[in-house]
Design a protein around this ligand. Sequence first.
Ligand SMILES: [Zn+2]
Length: 128
Amino acid sequence: MPGLNPERLAEVKERLLSRKQRLWLEVKQQLKNNIGDGYQEMLSTARDEEDQASVSLLAETHLSLLGPKRQELEAIEEALMRLENGSYGLCENCGLAIEPRRLEIMPETPLCRGCQSHREKLAKAAAR
Ligand SMILES: [Zn+2]
């Protein structure tokens, strides 16, 4: 893997996992605030409150409430998968190594800087 030694990768994994944990807590809190009773009802059918699958299901039905957080969670999940299969640090679009400094700031990013800004331009053009 270009530029990323095992220690560095372990560190990235650590960061992603703790970020993921924090996001889940925020998501749960947000769902609780927004759905109130429905949330409790939903959770009471699950074995315990930490059951991520039930929260995930809830998040699914209340997508619009979560927006960016959900996207970030998905990005983190994908980054963790890439760590597992050894493709972490490579741009998913062009296959080149993502700038180390970029990974430092956004460890979950799947794109190099060039592809990211290209994509943003396309999104802007589409939104017009
Ligand atoms: Zn790229």
